[in-house]
Design a protein around this ligand. Sequence first.
Ligand SMILES: [Mg+2]
Length: 109
Amino acid sequence: MTLELKQSPTLKDIQDYVLQMKKERGFNLTDKFYECCLLAEECGELISAVRKNSKNGSIGSGSHVGNVSEELADVLIYICSLANMHGIDLEQAFRDKEEINKQRTWKRL
Ligand SMILES: [Mg+2]
């Protein structure tokens, strides 16, 4: 099967793509804790990229820092992957959580 993400994909399409991509590339498909570690690592890379791109950001000269776009994509990959490992439909999870969030009272600090 050719790895291809269709135009205007749904979140489910992206989740399915990530599952297929990980199978084809031989990446971890079962160790949820390890996947959480990789997600945390990518979140760190995202923070570095945002910091690098911020007005007052600075980064060590020897550091390799990706751009924000790439790091957001990496984070999305691991979020999709963790959802797949747990049998979670992310779109439905988002809808369900937003229904809960709508009932909450939000306080500004
Ligand atoms: Mg990355």
